[in-house]
Design a protein around this ligand. Structure first.
Ligand code: GUN
Ligand code: ZN
Length: 438
């Protein structure tokens, strides 16, 4: 069989380590002003200097010229709800009224498989327009919402993680499963989708208040029976929610301890929000390699609180950034970085742009135990990458022309960029989005 070889020239950036914990002897990133990315059969064959690598290409290899633009790994959004696409930017006074007023009625519509398929297509278009090539996705309580999502992502060849919401109390009847039916449906979906092509399954109890102890127990049993599946849920997002969890689980040491006591803190567990944690909670996250999905646009929008980067870093928690659409107000990981930066400032911390791009790529892949598969340009990794245009808007063009460092270039992209800055998106070496210019 002949190899499909493609080469891409541009300024090349990818990460090797967390910039917050690296030094000159262990550089955090690899940067080539004039770089070349070589892709063979959808996988990275080499990434480095154009001058060095160009000479290694067989004659007649087409080199796609993205000079003046940046080539970097696709973004990874570690917490997002595809069924909430149509209700993005719905106002409410906080999380719990927002769930009642908008979220549950919107999710009800996913009983209809055709509706689910329609929203899944739009959602994936939107992710790719924003340069997001992998996401950890909540579906609804309906198994058909998962089938619709994975069918759409499979057709596009995307690396996606998703799962059926499990919810057996404190929700409308029309969205309620039972402990047993939720577990049974989840297991069927794991067997149908987990590791089929690029699909990966996440066991998805919505959050502790909407699951009985029996449901959490069964979810924990599935997590043990299928140790390479993912787990995703919400934790310590909002103060009213935390007070409710204390009432519902009076014997738990803390909110996250509810999940811990059912065996749901383990590698590949992704906890959304993690705002109102205590020191012991953070320690447990680090010990168990459970990861935090930081959702700044959502937390500001719903008034949930400010993530504490410094305390999370002191404990050594695995971190990544996430949109949490529809609580989040943008699909763009660049806009998500913009808000993360300001949240860090309000907490007295400082987030360099390099760190933010790390968190949206390799940091997320590490949080998901997928390093080597996605998140950077390691040899053999899947070639999910984006072409970022520092001249996408007049303002970006003007500001980036005056940049004096890579940090300043990335910072301008994070603060001023959005979907317009994504010139093209590639998944497993195939172009899956190209920006239309006027
Ligand atoms: N907690 C439980 N469900 C949800 C949800 O759909 N969005 C957010 N932001 N928090 C939740
Ligand atoms: Zn969420």
């Amino acid at each position: 069989m002949t190899t499909n070889l493609q080469a891409y020239r541009g300024s090349l950036l990818h990460f090797l380590a967390d910039p917050a914990f690296s030094d000159e002897s262990h550089p955090s990133h690899d940067w080539h002003e004039d770089g070349l990315l070589i892709v063979a059969d959808g996988k990275v064959q080499a990434a480095g200097d154009y001058a060095t690598l160009h000479a290694t290409l067989p004659p007649n290899t087409v080199v796609h010229d993205y000079s003046g633009k940046l080539l970097m790994p696709g973004f990874i959004d570690t917490h997002v709800h595809y069924p909430q696409t149509d209700m993005i930017a719905s106002p409410a006074e906080g999380l719990l009224p927002w769930l009642e007023t908008y979220t549950f009625p919107t999710e009800r519509q996913f009983e209809d498989a055709a509706h689910a398929a329609n929203v899944a297509e739009f959602f994936l278009d939107e992710l790719l327009r924003c340069g997001t090539t992998t996401a950890m996705v909540y579906c609804t309580v309906h198994p058909q919402s998962v089938d619709a999502f994975f069918t759409a992502s499979e057709q596009r060849g995307l690396r996606m993680v998703a799962g059926k919401v499990m919810m057996d109390r404190n929700c409308p009847d029309f969205l309620r499963d039972t402990a047993e039916s939720g577990a049974r449906d989840t297991e069927t979906l794991i067997q149908r989708w987990h590791k089929r092509g690029r699909a990966l399954y996440a066991i998805t109890p919505r959050f502790a208040p909407t699951s009985t102890e029996r449901q959490l127990q069964l979810a924990g049993e599935l997590a043990a029976a299928y140790p390479d599946t993912f787990i995703q849920t919400h934790v310590s997002e909002n103060e009213a929610e935390c007070a409710w969890v204390r009432e519902l689980f009076p014997n738990a040491r803390s909110y996250i301890d509810v999940y811990d006591s059912y065996g749901m803190m383990r590698p590949r567990a992704m906890y959304g929000h993690c705002i109102w944690l205590n020191e012991r909670d953070r320690q447990r996250m680090a010990e168990t390699q459970s990861a935090a999905a930081i959702c700044p646009t959502s937390n500001l929008f719903l008034g949930s609180g400010l993530f504490d980067f410094e305390r999370a870093d002191d404990a050594g928690v695995l971190l990544s950034l996430a949109t949490d659409v529809g609580g989040g107000t943008s699909f763009s990981m660049l806009q998500t970085m913009n808000e993360a930066y300001k949240v860090a400032r309000l907490k007295g911390s400082y987030l360099p742009a390099l760190r933010m791009f790390y968190l949206a790529t390799l940091g997320a892949a590490r949080s998901m135990q997928l390093e080597g598969t996605i998140g950077n340009f390691a040899v053999g990794a899947e070639a999910d990458f984006i072409v970022v245009d520092p001249q996408a808007t007049p303002l970006l063009q003007r500001r980036t022309a005056r940049r004096e460092s890579l940090e300043e270039l990335l910072f301008a992209l994070a603060l001023l960029g959005d979907d317009r800055a994504i010139a093209a998106t590639y998944s497993a070496g195939r172009q899956v989005h190209v920006r239309e210019t006027t």
